[in-house]
Design a protein around this ligand. Sequence first.
Ligand SMILES: Cc1cc2nc3c(=O)[nH]c(=O)nc-3n(C[C@H](O)[C@H](O)[C@H](O)COP(=O)(O)OP(=O)(O)OC[C@H]3O[C@@H](n4cnc5c(N)ncnc54)[C@H](O)[C@@H]3O)c2cc1C
Ligand code: SF4
Length: 521
Amino acid sequence: MVEASHSTVPDTVRNLVIVLGDQLDIQSSALQGFDPSQDVVWMAEVAEESTHVWSAKQRIAVFLAAMRHFADAVRARGWPLAYTRLDDADNAGSLQQELAKAIVQLQPAALVLTAPGDWRVLQNLRAVATQHALALDLRDDTHFFSTVRDFAAHAKGRKQLRLEFWYRELRQKHGILMDGKAPIGGQWNFDADNRESFGKAGPQDVPPPTRFTPDATTEEVITLVNTRFADHPGSLNSFGWPVTRAQALVALDAFLQKRLPLFGKYEDAMWAGEAWLYHSHLSCALNLKLLNPREVVQAAEQAFHSGHAPLAAVEGFIRQILGWREFVRGIYWTQMPDYLERNALDAQAALPAWYWTGETDMACLKDAIGQTLEHGYAHHIQRLMVTGLYALLLGVQPQAVHAWYLSVYVDAVEWVEMPNTLGMGQFGDGGLMASKPYVASGKYIQRMGNHCKGCRFDPALSTGPTACPFTTLYWDFLQRHEELLKKNPRMAMQLKNLARLDGPARAAIAQQASAHRHAQL
Ligand SMILES: Cc1cc2nc3c(=O)[nH]c(=O)nc-3n(C[C@H](O)[C@H](O)[C@H](O)COP(=O)(O)OP(=O)(O)OC[C@H]3O[C@@H](n4cnc5c(N)ncnc54)[C@H](O)[C@@H]3O)c2cc1C
Ligand code: SF4
């Protein structure tokens, strides 16, 4: 298993340095102090990571391709590497089993690991270390501005956790977009200048996305995934994600040059058939650690200082990475493992089967799911206010929604996916992550794009044969949860509108919602 062709395997192994599939940075904390004369890098491709949720082909391929390219970078340094390939005849299929085999073979004195993104993985690897009576040197992940300890200190004693306070704290601490103690531009938040729709004319001259033609290594992975995981969702025909650090840097630069100036303005906008718009498409590279958020934030800030991009766009972009990304990670690690079980609205419906195919006549959902299966990508508003909103309004069990999101996106790693889905999208945590459920009728989707024009439903209608299911289910949601929502002042306006509906109107909505729900079974 240990590859000796590029280097001499140490007779006595000091550290077996574990590198997981989302820790692909040669500068990572686990590799600090690596000594090729005493240490060995350990990596393993295992089927369990692609099957514990039914991972889409794009997601499996991006991980495997990036891992294999990273392994090449390790080999190029002449560092000893123990690497298990998915198609190795004796592959035991899980990280624990493969690690246990390596320990028996190499007899290391200790294990070294950068803190993993998944709670489950950390428990499993700890168990292996204990089983073999080995010290596990668990190091902070430097691909975040904050540590989980920082977040826990911030959260201590607060009744509510809100992004805004955490974000401001990090801006001040790291001096990002600051003018002394005040935010540059005199305000922390430029949301009012952002979030426009494209208007009737639609998006004009959107730059093509930065995609990469698969090289021989990636082609080999594509063939492997198409064979081994043939029945998994999605397709690899359009695979073009960055899978090396060099490619990720090209993608970052192209975003800064071509998309960042309009990022904020069109952050929330949608348009049929337009998957990429002005988003960065960098989440996957960030989550695999091909990019460090510090370099991304610094480059964006520089684009403002050089006059290339306006403050509203740059602040909006930095808020996503310095704010949301750090916030959801803190929530995940301070709330697990109970977080996974939460279901504050007691939602019990199954996820409609067409989430795995996109075969629905609701145009907005068909488009969002279609591009998700094709590319493993959808932007934030599609995830929150189309696929997420529909599941929330329908009353799907949050854990089933979580399993879908974790399966289908190339950037899906549990620490970031779960709070976004279960907390922000489904209100499963009862308001820990979001101050209110993100609910809206079909009119929101109509306002933010053009899908409703090409749809057989009418977002203005809540009942009747052409009623938009989002609109029906929205009013039904407010009715079903009225008592609970009354306790939330941020829902007052929406409940005031609900109060305008008389008894027969309410009953008709409830009946139509129930019929729609049954039709999805
Ligand atoms: C239900 C749901 C599930 C999600 N699942 C994931 C997931 O599995 N993995 C993931 O990385 N993001 C997830 N997000 C957050 C967000 O939708 C994606 O990060 C974003 O769409 C990725 O596309 P992009 O790189 O073009 O982002 P951009 O719009 O260009 O944003 C820039 C960067 O900011 C970060 N970011 C933006 N929003 C968030 C957020 N809410 N939480 C954390 N980071 C954020 C990402 O790193 C992203 O690359 C989810 C959001 C929702 C509502
Ligand atoms: S009418 Fe409703 S279902 Fe159709 S695209 Fe608009 S919001 Fe989606």
